[in-house]
Ligand binder design. Structure first.
Ligand code: DQA
Length: 155
């Protein structure tokens, strides 16, 4: 985990949370997920947020409980959450409940259009507790999410 700037006002820090296998972005199934690495995505997101006076906190984990803990921390330390829960999208009531408990503006994001893929990817436990859902925009979706958060928090 790292905060992209030293600025740390709770309402101005946005949690970008990535679930399992997204550490392999750039090398994992590039035909589906593209060749941009997670670190490259994070650098662009940090710049986009910083142009709006916002700070990014990036967390990626392959472990459900670590993701839940990051959401709990965000409850008092962040102004919004952008989450790509990856495979946990389709399985995790725990993540859904954590997001509901955090009660922060939350954007669910998928790099691929999950609705064009296997049937088991069509259902999300997260969408019902998200304020917006971005699917199928590739890694550019993270920038779209950053811009939407800026729109919500800064105007
Ligand atoms: C994903 C879609 C999920 O179904 C999959 O398990 C992922 C990535 C996406 O970003 O398109 O790991 O969330």
């Amino acid at each position: 985990m790292f905060d992209a700037t030293t600025e740390n006002a709770p309402g101005r820090t946005i949690l970008f949370l990535n679930g399992p296998n997204l550490n392999l972005l750039g090398v994992r199934e590039p035909d589906k997920y593209g060749s941009t690495t997670l670190r490259e995505v994070e650098e662009t997101v940090a710049k986009t947020l910083s142009a709006h006076g916002l700070t990014a906190r990036f967390v990626q984990s392959n472990h459900e409980g670590v993701l839940v803990d990051a959401i709990h921390a965000a409850r008092t330390e962040c102004g919004a959450i952008v989450i790509n829960p990856a495979a946990f999208t389709h399985t995790s009531v725990a993540l859904r409940d954590a997001i509901a408990a955090a009660a922060l503006p939350t954007i669910e994001l998928h790099i691929t259009n999950v609705h064009k893929r296997e049937e088991f990817r069509h259902h999300s436990y997260i969408s019902a507790v998200a304020d917006a859902v971005i699917v199928g925009a590739g890694t550019h979706g993270y920038i779209l999410a950053a811009l939407h958060v800026a729109h919500l928090l800064v105007g």
